[in-house]
Design a protein around this ligand. Structure first.
Ligand code: IVH
Length: 732
C-alpha cells in the first residue's frame, strides 16, 4: 500500500507500490504473455479479446498508478515510444545470407544432385528436407539474451543492418520473453502441424556432437544468447486497411504489402509503426550460445515452444520428390493465404549435414534454395514511355513493353507510378526491366536489369505540359504526382465520363473507353450532365454504333436517373471519395442537396470522414463549374434514391451481428446501419446463428453467452477493420 511521511508529501506520481501491487502486475503480465503465446505461437487462443483487453487495461492503470513498476519489456510498452532521428547500424554477429533460386522441378533435382556429389551421398542415402513458405516481407535479426529480447535490426547488406528495436517491440506477435522449454526426452520431434511425435531420425537427423555440447545447455530452457531470424510482413487485410486509411486521408498508398511492411518497419516514429499491425514468422538462427539445435525441424519446434511465431505450413520431406510435391501444391494454394509468399524455401533438415555442405560463396548457403513460382515476375524491355492523364488530372507514366506472358496473361504495359518512382528505379527507354503482377494489381516495373544496359538507353523526364491539352502542369507541394490543372482538359473530361459510367458509379452499360472517347472528343459531352441530353441521332454518327447499341445506351442512361445516391456521389469524382466514403455520405445526408449544403465542419464530423476529405468535398461543391454540372444533372431529371438501409455491398451477406456493451467510436445504431449497408443482419440477441458478437466496454451476459456458444467475439476495432476492408479505392 502507498505510504507517506511528513517530509515526503505524496503526489500520485510517487505512489509506492506494495508487494500486493507488484505481485498483481507480474501476474497480469504473465497472463498477457501467455495469451500472446497461445494466440500467436500456438494459434490456440484461450482468452476472448474482451478479456485480453481487460487485462491490458488493468496493467496500464496499475503502471500509471505505480510508475516504478513500469518496465521496458512490459506488454504495455509496445505501442511505440519516442521517435528516433536516425537508425543506428546493427551488425549481425553471423552474416545474414541470401538464397540461390530454383524455378522448376529440374532445378530442384539438379540442386539435390550437387548436394549428393558434394557429400558423397549415393542414391540409397535418404536426405530429409524441410519445406517452408517463402514469406514476402523483410528479414529481421533479433537478439535475445537469457530469453529476453534485447535488440533487433534489419538485414541491410547481410553484414550490417539498421537497429529498429523500438519498432519491433510494437509487433504484438513478437514475444519480449522466450518461454523456457520443458525438459523433453531426447530425439522426439513433431510431425507437420502436430506437437511432438516421434520421427524416424533419417541418416542425417541423428543427434550430433553430443560430446561437444555444454553440460545440458537446455537446462535453463532458453539459450544464453541467440540471434533469431525471421520475416516481418503485413497481411492482406492489414494492407487493405492501411491503404484505405491513407486514401481517405489523401496520402500516397502502398503498392503492395511488402512495401507497406517496409515503410512501417522503417518508421522513425515507433508510435506510427504501432498503428500498422505488422506480423512476423521466425525461421532461422544466427549466432547461438548455450543451445544446440539438431535440425531445422527441431529449430522450428523449439521456436514454437519458446513462444515464437512460426509458419504452420511446413513439411518435413523425405527426398526431393516430396519437396517438388510441396512446391507444386502451394503453387495452387498460395492465393488462399492471408499474406503474400514468393516461393518455397527448401532446407536440408539436418544441421550436421548443413555444416558439412557449407556455403556456395559468401552470399548463399548450399544447404538451402528458394523455389520461386514462375512468371509472377518476368523480364522484358521498355520500348517507350507514355504519359496518361487521369480524371483528377494526375499524369501517370506508363511503360510500353515488349509483350510477355505473365501469370497467364500477355502484358504489354506496366505502370511506372510517377516521376519520383522512375528516378528511384532509374528506368530508361530501352532498358530491360523486371515486371510483376501482385494479385489483381496492374503490372508494375519492379527494377531495372542494369547489367543488360548497352548505353543506348534514353532517360525519360515527365512533360512540363499536359499531353492532352498542353496546359503547363503543376506539382503540388509535398506530392509526387504531377497534374494538369485545366478543368476543361479533354482527356480529363473523358476519364471523368468513363468513371461516371463505370460499375463503381452509375453503371451505364455500353459506355466503354471507346464510346467515352468519341463522346468527349466530338464535343457532345463536355461534362457528365451532357450524357442526359444525348439523342439517338447523335449516337448513330459514331463508329461501330448501330441502332441496337444506341437504344441500349440511351435506356441505360435513362435508368441511371434513379440510381442509388451513393453511386451518384461516387460518380462525381470528388477527390478522396471512393465507394465506401460515398456510402457513408449518402447514408448520413440522405439527399444530394443536404450533402451539398454541409459545411466542412459538418462533413468532418461525419464518422469515417477525415478533415482533408471534408475539405475536398467542400471545394468540389464550391467550384462554379461543378455547381453548373449538378444543376444540369438535376434539370435533366436525375433523382438519386437514398437507400439508407438497403444493402450496398454483399460483404456481410448472410452474416448476423450482435452488438453489446459500450462502443467507443460508433453509436449502436450507426454500427447496425453499417452491417445492413453491407448486406448483413443486426440482431438483439445471441444465438447459435449469430456470426459475430461485437463486444464494447462492460459487455455482460451476451458476451458470456457468445463464449458458451462458441460465437466469435470481435472488439469494436476489429469490427471496424472488417468493414474497412469493404472499401475500394478511388483514383488518388
Ligand atoms: S531462410 C541462409 N526461410 O528469403 C538462408 N528465408 O532469399 C536464410 N525468406 O533473406 C533464409 N521466408 O528474407 C528463409 N522461410 C524462410 C523464408 C526466408 C522468407 C526470405 C528471407 C531471406 C530471403 C532469401
Amino acid at each position: 500500500m502507498p505510504t507517506t511521511t511528513d517530509e515526503e508529501p505524496l503526489s500520485p506520481e510517487v505512489a509506492r507500490a506494495g508487494a500486493q501491487e507488484q505481485q498483481r502486475v507480474e501476474e497480469v503480465r504473465q497472463q498477457i504473455r501467455r495469451a500472446n503465446y497461445l494466440y500467436y505461437a500456438q494459434d490456440a487462443p484461450e482468452l476472448s479479446d474482451a478479456a485480453y483487453d481487460a487485462l491490458m487495461q488493468e496493467l496500464r492503470s496499475l503502471e500509471e498508478q505505480y510508475p516504478e513498476l513500469l518496465t521496458a519489456d512490459s506488454p504495455t510498452q509496445r505501442v511505440g515510444t519516442d521517435a528516433v532521428t536516425a537508425f543506428t547500424p546493427y551488425p549481425h554477429r553471423v552474416p545474414m545470407l541470401s538464397l540461390d533460386n530454383a524455378f522448376s522441378a529440374e532445378d530442384l533435382r539438379a540442386w539435390e544432385e550437387k548436394l549428393r556429389r558434394q557429400v558423397g551421398a549415393g542414391p540409397e542415402m535418404r536426405i530429409e528436407y524441410v519445406c517452408e513458405l517463402k514469406i514476402d516481407g523483410l528479414s529481421v535479426n533479433l537478439n535475445y539474451e537469457n530469453g529476453r529480447f534485447v535488440a533487433g535490426g534489419t538485414r541491410g547488406d547481410g553484414l550490417t543492418g539498421e537497429e529498429i528495436s523500438l519498432n519491433l517491440r510494437t509487433i504484438s506477435a513478437l514475444p519480449m520473453h522466450l518461454r523456457p522449454t520443458a525438459p523433453k526426452p531426447a530425439g522426439s520431434l513433431p510431425e507437420e502441424g502436430e506437437p511432438a511425435l516421434s520421427l524416424s531420425a533419417g541418416l542425417f537427423a541423428e543427434p550430433i556432437e553430443k560430446e561437444v555440447r555444454p553440460a545440458s545447455p537446455e537446462a535453463a530452457g532458453v539459450p544464453a544468447r541467440i540471434e533469431i531470424r525471421g520475416e516481418v510482413f503485413m497481411s492482406h487485410r492489414e494492407f487493405a486497411r492501411i491503404n484505405a486509411k491513407l486514401e481517405e486521408q489523401g496520402g500516397k498508398t502502398f503498392a503492395n504489402p511488402r512495401n507497406a511492411a517496409a515503410g512501417s518497419l522503417r518508421q522513425k516514429d515507433p508510435s506510427q509503426t504501432a498503428k500498422r499491425r505488422l506480423d512476423v514468422f521466425l525461421y532461422a538462427v544466427g549466432e547461438c550460445e548455450g543451445w544446440m539445435f539438431q535440425s531445422q525441424f527441431d529449430l522450428l519446434r523449439t521456436y514454437r515452444e519458446w513462444g515464437l511465431r512460426t509458419n504452420p505450413n511446413v513439411r518435413l520431406c523425405d527426398g526431393i520428390d516430396a519437396v517438388i510435391a510441396f512446391c507444386e501444391e502451394w503453387g495452387g494454394k498460395k492465393g488462399e493465404l492471408p499474406y503474400d509468399i514468393d516461393g518455397v524455401v527448401v532446407k536440408v533438415n539436418s544441421f550436421a549435414l548443413q555444416r558439412e555442405l557449407g556455403r556456395v560463396s559468401s552470399r548463399a548457403p548450399r544447404w538451402a534454395i528458394a523455389y520461386k513460382y514462375p512468371a509472377l515476375q518476368v523480364r522484358t524491355k521498355v520500348e517507350s514511355i507514355d504519359v496518361q492523364v487521369g480524371r483528377t488530372g494526375a499524369l501517370t507514366p506508363v511503360a510500353n513493353l515488349t509483350p510477355v506472358a505473365l501469370a497467364g496473361v500477355v502484358v504489354a504495359r506496366a505502370t511506372l507510378h510517377n516521376e519520383d518512382e522512375i528516378r528511384r528505379k532509374d528506368v530508361r527507354i530501352g532498358d530491360t526491366v523486371v515486371i510483376q503482377r501482385a494479385g489483381e494489381v496492374i503490372p508494375e516495373v519492379v527494377e531495372v536489369v542494369t547489367a543488360a544496359r548497352t548505353g543506348d538507353e534514353i532517360k525519360f523526364s515527365m512533360p512540363t505540359e499536359c499531353p492532352s491539352c498542353g496546359s503547363p502542369v503543376v506539382k503540388p507541394e509535398g506530392e509526387a504526382v504531377v497534374r494538369c490543372p485545366n478543368e476543361e482538359c479533354p482527356k480529363k473530361n473523358q476519364e471523368r465520363v468513363k468513371y461516371f459510367a463505370s460499375r463503381t458509379a452509375l453503371d451505364i452499360e455500353g459506355l466503354g473507353e471507346k464510346q467515352c472517347e468519341q463522346l468527349t472528343q466530338s464535343g457532345l459531352v463536355r461534362d457528365v450532365a451532357d450524357l442526359y441530353t444525348l439523342t439517338k441521332e447523335q449516337l448513330l454518327d459514331f463508329d461501330r454504333m448501330g441502332d441496337k447499341l444506341a437504344t441500349k445506351i440511351l435506356s441505360n442512361i435513362e435508368a441511371s436517373k434513379t440510381c442509388p445516391l451513393n453511386r451518384l456521389i461516387a460518380g462525381l469524382g470528388i477527390r478522396h471519395i471512393g465507394e465506401h466514403s460515398a456510402e457513408v455520405l449518402a447514408a448520413h445526408f440522405g439527399t444530394l442537396e443536404r450533402l451539398q449544403a454541409a459545411t466542412a465542419d459538418e462533413l468532418a464530423g461525419v464518422f469515417e470522414i477525415g478533415r482533408r476529405t471534408a475539405e475536398s468535398i467542400r471545394a468540389f461543391f464550391d467550384e462554379p463549374r461543378n455547381q453548373l454540372t449538378l444543376a444540369k444533372i438535376h434539370d435533366a431529371g436525375v433523382r438519386p434514391v437514398a437507400h439508407i438501409d438497403a444493402p450496398q455491398s454483399d460483404r456481410f451477406a448472410a452474416k448476423s451481428f450482435v452488438f453489446t456493451g459500450t462502443l467507443v467510436r460508433l453509436k449502436r445504431d450507426e454500427a447496425e446501419a453499417m452491417v445492413k449497408r453491407m448486406g448483413g443482419r443486426a440482431s438483439g440477441s445471441v444465438s447459435k446463428q449469430t456470426s459475430y458478437l461485437v463486444a464494447g466496454d462492460e459487455a455482460g451476459s451476451k458476451l458470456t453467452k457468445a463464449q458458451q456458444l462458441g460465437v466469435p467475439v470481435l472488439t469494436e476495432e476489429e469490427f471496424l477493420q472488417m468493414t474497412a476492408e469493404a472499401e475500394t479505392k478511388s483514383e488518388d
